[in-house]
Design a protein around this ligand. Structure first.
Ligand SMILES: *[C@@H]1O[C@H](CO)[C@@H](O)[C@H](O)[C@H]1NC(C)=O
Ligand SMILES: *[C@@H]1O[C@H](CO)[C@@H](O)[C@H](O)[C@H]1NC(C)=O
Ligand SMILES: *[C@@H]1O[C@H](CO)[C@@H](O)[C@H](O)[C@H]1NC(C)=O
Ligand SMILES: *[C@@H]1O[C@H](CO)[C@@H](O)[C@H](O)[C@H]1NC(C)=O
Ligand SMILES: *[C@@H]1O[C@H](CO)[C@@H](O)[C@H](O)[C@H]1NC(C)=O
Ligand SMILES: *[C@@H]1O[C@H](CO)[C@@H](O)[C@H](O)[C@H]1NC(C)=O
Length: 653
């Protein structure tokens, strides 16, 4: 309870605050003379952290923001992924987990300012760097350039988005202090200044003249050359161990005066399937952080919490290497929002420069091990085809891409017949590496092998003329960085049998997510129509199981992790929520984060697995297991032995 005196004081405070805001309006600007930002006229420096609302369930936004606030941050930075909000042209979604405005409001309520990065391109290890795949309906589109089709789409999108943002700018009473235009544009081949000029005008026309617009590029003159332009404040990004004198020297090349800003100080690094889990020591992070803060620089830590690439949202690096489901990033808050040593190490460095809030840090959320769940075979993809292909098949002489089939994510089944007798093993090959990205091949319902982009471009098949050839193609995530971002999916070039291209395709766009959430795959027993499978490989098959959350234990449901021992590769849903891809046979990620909000205490929880290569069910226990501890650094089985150089943009080319 507040004492009457306390109430009087806070009333006075309120009067003072509103009194000041009447005489001196809120302002945020760059002071070039004194090399700093100014907020309401006062010298201001931000210490910020990146959090992507699109990688965290809405119910946890506040918890993560509070933890960031309690670490001593005064700002957060977020991207806005265009493709997350405009699934098909003109169809916008800003509700539920996509409620950007609610996120901005929460940040402000918690006491955090916002550095906003609305793209249009964002990189972010997010599918296609946030660009919508439907842009590729123009096959020749030059993304991130003055290409008219691209510009028209950008204008439409920004015409929707930026007016929503405007009331949330700092000077309009909201939390947004600065807005980034494009993203590391200097790393892109196009170097199209007219494009940057167009974006500058577009942002200004919607947001006004006052807001600070900025760019971010690698800390090297080569990047700043094409990335920075008159009218946008140039900032740089670099990680622990950098020579900060040299790095900020690069920023000074583009901006002789103004605040020093590292817009992406890497607290960890991204992962790829088949490469070891990234890990960066707290000491390395705090050493460079301390140096930057001592120099008076503004810093955003990328990431402060990474979160999860739920469903199909992960991106990929080129030459093709997709990123896993977890975006833990070895950040100071884990994928599940847990506090780490790195969190407290960063907090103690910040404490040396800024006053940090007093009071307890919100605790790590408890995890619960629901135990193991017995899984039962439901149906193969081919058996369930009538339920999965809601739009019906499309026929064409040559195979069509996902874009041509108007499908963004997931899986397409390509079907044809063997035109000739293949009594001896006959190569089925994609000479132009056109399987994007992984194809599960079967002949008359019997698994025949797997083709994989940049890894396996040919397998042998056998079968009689007229045998049914089924090729389930998985989109493993679009390239999000570099010049290969026009990343078409499906069978994108000729697939040959011996030397002759296969024709007469029937293609099924699969609405697996809808079928799973509507329970269409049911608990039907397998038909056993197909002959016994070789243990090595089975055709893609759904499995289902369920579990009840025990009564009498308080505070359930709680978060958990799921692992799939001896399962190989696939996709997993709980109660229709798509948790993402699992691939323990490739590594390093072994467990998937299951947020409590997808679980139910009112009904049995339904687990659906699409296993693409072969479930352990024929040879032993056929279970999935819930545990309390994440495993993100499991053994890896990649054949790329290229050594990773952390924090170097070249590493991602
Ligand atoms: C919009 O997105 C939310 C959150 O992902 C989802 O629950 C909802 O179904 C979507 N709405 C439409 C119309 O697709
Ligand atoms: C850091 O960079 C500056 C400027 O390029 C250079 O003078 C200095 O020697 C470098 N320091 C180290 C330790 O390499
Ligand atoms: C395939 O082989 C069978 C005999 O096994 C033969 O009857 C048939 O004509 C052959 N078909 C083609 C297209 O070669
Ligand atoms: C296909 O079979 C031929 C003949 O048996 C063999 O030489 C070749 O190595 C096989 N190719 C593949 C990709 O397995
Ligand atoms: C094309 O495929 C359809 C069904 O998949 C089949 O009925 C038809 O005979 C095939 N046509 C040719 C020319 O192979
Ligand atoms: C799981 O599926 C069963 C059977 O369709 C259904 O009754 C139940 O409500 C589902 N559970 C949840 C949490 O949706």
């Amino acid at each position: 309870m507040m004492s009457p005196l306390g109430a009087a004081t806070s009333m006075l405070l309120l009067l003072l605050v509103s009194g000041r805001s009447l005489s001196a309006p809120r302002s945020f600007s760059i002071d070039y003379q004194n090399d700093c930002f100014r907020k309401d006229g006062e010298r201001f420096r931000y210490i910020s952290g990146s959090i992507h609302y699109n990688r965290i369930p809405r119910v946890y936004w506040k918890d993560r923001l509070l933890k960031m606030y309690m670490a001593g941050l005064n700002a957060i930075q977020t991207y806005i992924p265009w493709n997350y909000h405009e699934d098909s042209p003109g169809q916008y979604n800003f509700s539920g987990d996509r409620d950007l405005i609610h996120f901005l409001q929460l940040a402000q309520d918690v006491g955090l300012l916002v550095i906003l990065r609305p793209g249009p391109y964002i990189c972010a290890e997010w599918d296609m760097g946030g660009l919508p795949a439907w842009l590729l309906r123009n096959k020749d589109i030059v993304l991130r350039s003055s290409n008219p089709d691209y510009i028209a789409a950008v204008d439409q999108w920004m015409g929707k988005l930026l007016p929503m943002i405007k009331p949330y700018l700092y000077q309009n009473g909201g939390p947004i202090i600065t807005v980034q235009v494009e993203n590391e544009y200097g790393s892109y081949f196009a170097c199209d200044y007219n494009y940057l000029r167009h974006l500058t005008k577009l942002f200004r026309s919607h947001l006004g003249q006052e807001v600070v617009l900025f760019t971010t590029d690698g800390a090297g003159l080569g990047y700043l050359k094409c990335g920075s332009i008159e009218g946008l404040y140039a900032t740089v990004d670099f990680g622990p161990g950098a020579n900060i004198t040299a790095a900020f020297g690069a920023q000074r090349y583009a901006e002789p005066r103004g605040p020093l800003v590292n817009s992406e100080f890497y607290t960890g690094w991204l992962d790829n399937w088949g490469s070891p889990h990234a890990s960066v020591s707290p000491e390395a992070v705090t050493k460079t952080l301390n140096e930057m803060l001592a120099k008076g620089a503004n810093v955003n830590m990328y990431m402060f919490i990474g979160g999860t690439n739920f469903a199909y949202w992960n991106g990929a690096n080129g030459p093709y290497k997709p990123q896993p489901t977890s975006y833990d990033y070895d950040a100071p808050l884990t994928e599940a929002g847990d506090l780490t040593k790195k969190y407290f190490a960063i907090q103690s460095v910040i404490k040396m420069y800024h006053k940090i809030p007093v009071g307890p840090v919100p605790p790590t959320t408890p995890k619960y091990a629901y135990g193991s769940v017995e899984m039962k075979k439901l149906q193969t993809i081919s058996e369930a085809l009538d339920k999965l292909s809601m739009s019906g098949p499309v026929r064409s002489k040559d195979p069509l891409t996902f874009t041509e089939l108007k499908q963004n994510f997931g899986f397409v089944l390509y079907r044809t017949t063997l035109p000739v007798n293949c009594s001896k093993p006959t190569p089925l090959s994609s000479p132009l590496n056109g399987i994007h990205d992984r194809a599960y091949v079967s002949v008359d319902g019997v698994a025949a092998g797997i083709l994989e982009r940049s890894k396996v471009i040919a397998i042998n098949v056998t079968g009689k003329a007229g045998s049914q050839l089924d090729i389930l193609v998985e989109n493993l995530g679009r390239i999000n960085y570099g010049k290969e971002i026009n990343d078409f999916k499906g069978i994108v070039s000729a697939l040959n049998l011996a030397t002759v291209p296969l024709t007469n395709w029937t293609m099924y766009s699969l609405s697996i997510d809808e079928a799973v959430s509507e329970g269409l795959l049911g608990a039907r027993e397998a038909t056993h129509r197909a002959p016994p499978q070789p243990v090595a490989l089975s055709p893609p098959t759904f499995y289902g199981g369920s579990f009840i959350i025990p009564d009498g234990i308080p505070d359930l449901p709680q978060d958990t992790y799921i692992q799939l021992p001896k399962w190989r590769k696939g996709q997993i849903w709980i109660n229709g929520f798509n948790l993402g891809r699992y691939w323990p046979s490739r590594g390093p990620q072994v467990t998937l984060f299951v947020p409590a909000n997808v679980l139910s205490t009112a009904a049995p929880n339904n687990v659906t697995v699409l296993e693409l290569e072969g479930a352990p069910c024929s040879s032993g226990p056929c279970t999935v297991e819930f545990t309390t501890d994440p495993i993100l650094n499991g053994p890896v089985h990649g054949d790329h032995t290229r050594r990773r150089i952390p924090f170097a943009k070249e590493d991602l080319l």
